[in-house]
Design a protein around this ligand. Structure first.
Ligand SMILES: Cc1cc2nc3c(=O)[nH]c(=O)nc-3n(C[C@H](O)[C@H](O)[C@H](O)COP(=O)(O)OP(=O)(O)OC[C@H]3O[C@@H](n4cnc5c(N)ncnc54)[C@H](O)[C@@H]3O)c2cc1C
Length: 371
C-alpha cells in the first residue's frame, strides 16, 4: 500500500490489498475507506471494486463506486488502462473507470487503484426499536431522516428473524414483550449536551406518540455491539435452521412496504408450507428475502416450489422497477434473471461492450451475461 495522503484524502493500493488492512493502514491518520462489511477480513479491494460492494453503511456513504478515484485495468490484449489518477473532477468524455466498477471481472483485470478516503466516523449511538407493524417502520425511517441526525444505518428485521438469532446465540430478548418488527438505527454521536438532550427528547417523543412500542439506546460500546449482533446474526442463524432459498433484492424505497405485503401474502396463500423471513437494509431499499424448507418436504419439491414462487416475486420486482440483485451481483447463478431488471437494449449493449474489451470471451466466462 502507498502512503496515505492526508491533504488529498487518498491512498494508492494494489488490487490484492485486503479491505480491513486498508482500514488499519488509514486509521492512524483519522481516516478510513468507508467500504465496510462482514467479509472485510478476507475480501480484497479489487473484489470490492469488481462487485461495487455495498455494506452496512450504504445509507451514509453510498456504494464502493463513490470511493474510487483512480483505476488501473489490464485488458485481454495486454493494454494497460490507467484511468483518472487521483482526480476528483475530470469531465473529459466518457468515464471508462465506471464501466469496470461492478462489472464482476468480465471486462478486464483491476490491478491498482487510488481510493478516496474520509474521516473516521465519530462514536456512534445505537438504538433498537420494537414496532407493532410494517407501516411504523417506514414512519420511523422518515422521522429519523427528518431528525437532523447523521444516520449511519437503518436496518429492519421481523420477530421471526430475531427469534432465530436469540436461540442460536443464546441471547435474551431485547424487550419484555415481542414486537412484529424491529429497527436498528445507528447515528453518529453528536457533541454537546444540548444535542444529547435533543436526541433524548426525540426518543421520548417517539415513545409518547405511540409510533414505537419499545426502545433501547445502547449505553456503552459493548451494548451497541450486542444490539448489532441481533441484526448481523440473522443470516447465520437462518442457515443453521435449515435449507434456505434466498434472494438479495432492491426496490424504490416508496414501494418496499407494498412489495413486502404482496410477497408475504402470495407465500401465505399459495405456498403455505414455506416460511418467509425478511430482513434488510431498509434505508437502501435492499431486502434479504428468504424461504425456509419445512422439515417434512423433500429438497426437489422445495426447489420446485421456490422456483415457482420466484416467478411471482420477480414479476413484482419488474413491475415496481426494482432489481433482482441489490449488492451480491449476478455471477453465474442469476444470469437468467438479468432481464427482470435490465432492458433488452441494455443487455445488448453490455454484450457489445464485452465484445470490445474481451472478444474471445476469456474473462470470467459464463458470468453476468445471459446465455
Ligand atoms: C460474510 C459476507 C458478508 C458480505 N456482506 C456484504 C455486504 O454487506 N454488501 C455487499 O455488497 N457484499 C457483501 N458480501 C459480498 C462482498 O461483495 C464480497 O465478499 C467482496 O466485495 C468481494 O471481494 P472478494 O475479494 O472476496 O472478491 P471475490 O469473491 O474473489 O470476487 C468477486 C468477483 O470479482 C471478480 N474480481 C475479484 N478481483 C478482481 C480484480 N482484481 N479484477 C477484476 N475482477 C475481480 C471475481 O472474478 C469475481 O467475479 C459479503 C460476503 C460475505 C462472505
Amino acid at each position: 500500500m502507498g502512503p496515505v495522503d492526508p491533504l488529498a484524502l487518498t491512498v494508492a493500493v494494489e488490487a490484492g490489498a485486503v479491505t480491513e488492512a486498508v482500514h488499519e493502514h488509514c486509521k492512524p491518520y483519522g481516516l478510513t475507506w468507508p467500504v465496510d462489511f462482514a467479509s472485510k477480513g478476507s475480501s480484497t479491494v479489487g473484489g470490492n471494486i469488481a462487485t461495487n460492494a455495498g455494506g452496512v453503511r450504504v445509507i451514509r456513504y453510498g456504494l464502493t463506486r463513490n470511493w474510487v478515484l483512480g483505476l488501473t485495468v489490464v485488458l485481454m490484449d495486454g493494454t494497460i488502462l490507467r484511468m483518472n489518477g487521483s482526480l476528483e473532477k475530470n469531465n473529459t468524455g466518457i468515464d471508462l473507470r465506471q464501466v469496470f466498477i461492478g462489472s464482476e471481472g468480465i471486462l478486464g483485470v483491476i490491478t491498482e487503484t487510488v481510493l478516496k478516503l474520509t474521516t473516521l466516523p465519530r462514536d456512534r449511538e445505537v438504538f433498537l426499536f420494537g414496532l407493532s407493524d410494517l407501516g411504523s417502520v417506514f414512519e420511523l425511517f422518515e422521522a429519523a431522516r427528518k431528525s437532523g441526525m447523521v444516520v449511519n444505518a437503518f436496518e429492519c428485521f421481523s420477530q421471526d428473524c430475531l427469534e432465530q438469532v436469540l436461540a442460536l446465540r443464546n441471547l435474551s430478548a431485547p424487550f419484555a414483550s415481542p414486537c412484529a418488527q424491529y429497527v436498528l438505527l445507528e447515528v453518529e454521536r453528536a457533541e454537546g449536551s444540548t444535542v444529547q438532550e435533543r436526541l433524548e427528547h426525540w426518543l421520548t417523543g417517539l415513545m409518547e406518540s405511540g409510533l414505537v412500542k419499545d426502545a433501547v439506546l445502547a449505553q456503552s460500546e459493548k451494548e451497541a455491539a450486542n444490539l448489532w449482533a441481533m441484526r448481523e446474526g440473522i443470516s447465520e442463524s437462518l442457515a443453521h435452521l435449515g435449507l434456505l432459498h434466498k434472494h438479495d433484492i432492491s426496490l424504490p424505497i416508496h414501494r418496499l412496504k407494498e412489495f413486502i405485503e404482496v410477497w408475504t401474502r402470495d407465500i401465505d396463500l399459495n405456498y403455505p408450507g414455506l416460511k418467509p423471513y425478511i430482513f434488510g437494509h431498509i434505508g437502501d431499499g435492499n431486502l434479504h428475502v428468504n424461504l425456509m424448507k419445512p422439515e417434512s418436504m423433500s429438497v426437489p419439491e422445495f426447489k420446485a416450489l421456490c422456483k415457482k414462487a420466484d416467478e411471482g416475486m420477480f414479476a413484482w420486482i419488474r413491475k415496481f422497477e426494482g432489481s433482482v440483485s441489490a449488492e451480491h451481483g449476478i455471477g453465474m447463478l442469476k444470469r437468467h434473471l438479468l432481464a427482470y431488471s435490465r432492458s433488452e437494449d441494455e443487455i445488448r449493449l453490455m454484450r457489445q461492450m464485452k465484445q470490445v474489451f474481451d472478444p474471445k470471451g476469456l474473462l470470467n466466462p459464463g458470468k453476468v451475461l445471459p446465455e
